[in-house]
Design a protein around this ligand. Structure first.
Ligand code: DGL
Length: 274
């Protein structure tokens, strides 16, 4: 049993979809969320910059006394998870790539899997590699993986354009080639994409299973804490703290839309040279 909080970081507000999934799965756990809103987006930055930001985000969470780190940002997971595990070997660190890939391999029936994410995540090849490795470990034949970067989805989700004509146009541009490729499973490999789930589902059609990396990561967070005897006692009343590096008022407004309530405790902090 362990009462210390779970640390979650993201480049900004999108990781709240992961926090929301963890809150629903683990109601007794206290959560510390860091949104690096001064330096968002990470999805179009270089690997070296993303690794530096992710290191500073992790150092901040560790200074808050967290018992594990969840890298809610898929871009940081793709580019920096191995680096963070090497730098902070005493802390369990969970990224989005493993949970999303395992859930997708479990879901596919025709061995054709698609993944959509930011340009940096797709460029890293991390999902593609993990999906191939996970599939190969369970089957004899290789899986067919199709990856597409969807750079307009993040700004659309942040502007609340989640169910509009403009969102449908962007979805058609990015997703119709994927739909035509015959995939039966699509990984939502970015924090913001669960917010566009309706439009994505509508565009992909009813035969394609959407895998939400946030949901998959929440289940694996619970399993990891249980396996290391780090869960909080079941009757604990949790307390959540939120930290951002800029634009706290905007964060609070979007957080209220995602979580149902604005954060009760929100503090502005500085990291690195931000
Ligand atoms: N959090 C990022 C991700 O999941 C999306 C936003 C960004 O580009 O920073 O990849």
């Amino acid at each position: 049993m362990n009462l210390r909080p779970i640390g979650i970081f993201d480049s900004g507000v999108g990781g709240l979809t992961v926090l929301r999934a963890i809150r629903a799965r683990l109601p007794s756990e206290s959560l510390v969320y860091l949104g690096d809103t001064a330096r968002v987006p990470y999805g179009n930055k270089s690997p070296a910059t993303i690794a530096r930001y992710a290191t500073e985000d992790s150092q901040f969470l560790l200074a808050q006394g967290v018992k594990m780190i969840v890298i809610a940002c898929n871009t940081a997971s793709a580019l920096a998870a191995p680096i963070l595990r090497e730098k902070f070997p005493d802390t369990p660190i969970l990224g989005m790539i493993g949970p999303g890939s395992r859930a997708a391999v479990a879901a596919t029936r025709n061995t054709r899997i698609g993944v959509i994410a930011t340009a940096a995540t797709i460029g890293s090849g991390a999902y593609e590699q993990r999906l191939r490795d996970t599939f190969a470990a369970q089957h004899r034949s290789p899986a067919a993986i199709s990856s597409v970067a969807c750079p307009l989805f993040v700004p659309l989700a942040e502007e609340g354009e989640t169910n509009s004509d403009i969102a449908r146009l962007a979805a058609a541009k990015y997703l119709l080639p994927l739909r035509n490729s015959g995939i039966d499973t699509l990984v939502l490999g970015c924090t913001h994409y669960p917010l566009l789930r309706n439009v994505i589902a509508e565009t992909m059609g009813p035969d394609v299973t959407l895998v939400d990396s946030a949901e998959a990561a929440a289940s694996e967070t619970a399993a990891l804490l249980a396996s290391q005897n780090l869960l909080a006692p079941p009757d604990t009343s949790p307390s959540d703290s939120f930290f951002v590096t800029d634009a706290a008022a905007r964060f609070s407004t979007i957080a209220a839309a995602i979580l149902g309530n604005p954060p009760a405790s929100l503090e502005l902090v500085s990291l690195g040279a931000a």
